[in-house]
Design a protein around this ligand. Structure first.
Ligand SMILES: [Zn+2]
Length: 52
């Protein structure tokens, strides 16, 4: 199963955009690309939920 990633700013699910051998992640809500360094994995989202 494909992993899902989320925007660090709005917490929306990111769209996976692949092309030219590389994969990027785009937030439809913020209308911008999110780098791998900044995007949140499902695990990180769950940790965030527990904190709040
Ligand atoms: Zn966003």
């Amino acid at each position: 199963m494909q992993e899902k990633y989320y925007c660090p700013e709005c917490k929306e699910e990111l769209n996976r955009v692949s092309g030219c051998g590389s994969v990027s992640y785009f937030c439809d809500n913020c209308k911008k690309l999110v780098s791998r360094k900044n995007m949140l994995s499902e695990d990180e989202m769950k940790k965030d939920e527990k904190k709040n």
